[in-house]
Design a protein around this ligand. Sequence first.
Ligand code: SAH
Length: 248
Amino acid sequence: MLERIRIVLIGTSHPGNIGGVARAMHNMGLADLALVAPRCEVITQDSISRASGADHLLHQATVHSTLEDAVADCTLAVGASARSRTLPWPMISPRELAERLPDECQPDSARVALVFGREDSGLTNAELQRCHAHVHIPTNADFSSLNLAAAVQVIAYECRMAWLSQQDTASTTEEPDDALVTHAELERYFEHLERTLIAIEFHDPAQPRQLMARLRRLYLRARPEKMEMNILRGILSATEKTADKHRP
Ligand code: SAH
């Protein structure tokens, strides 16, 4: 997913900021940097020093004369803006943007452009209107404009968080240790559980007080695997045996 996200900087005027953006991107695992009509040199002492070891991104960066050219192969473009505009556009938060990314980046051919504006004047209305949506970092309304590299850092962090939670879900849903128990196995467990709870006098069927229903809800929520169910059944058998021994 992260490979399919392109950071596009329009009309940047400070090499140090381009270096800072490269560092922020590499920290978060992004690598695709596109520069549209930069108003400064890209590889300078300042940009290399601010990149702090991520200067390979500066060397790999593509340079374009127009925004259209930089995002031509993108399936989604989102413009980052500190200011609200007179013509309201679909506006999303960095988190909402990130939540959309796993789906947006799904096909191999998908490319998502995140477009950032000039240090002095941001993005023009025409540039923003070439984007599907606008993303606004919710800053102090009286002091809303972040440094360019800081704005990229915040958005790139949200992209990484979305990517990390996608990895988590993939590892828990695709590779369970063991198969989940079947409905029938669970029903057998509930019968065994009820028998045991009666035997140890924890449960009185004459006064059920929703106990079995509550336990059912608990176990159903846990979605036990076969091995876990074997352990639980083993605990019940051992409990029954011990209870038998202590019976007068
Ligand atoms: N002075 C400019 C802001 C320039 S900051 C203006 O008034 O628009 C450089 C770029 O960083 C902006 O174009 C935008 O892409 C991004 N940026 C800065 N602050 C932001 C914020 N609060 N939300 C979203 N993007 C922001």
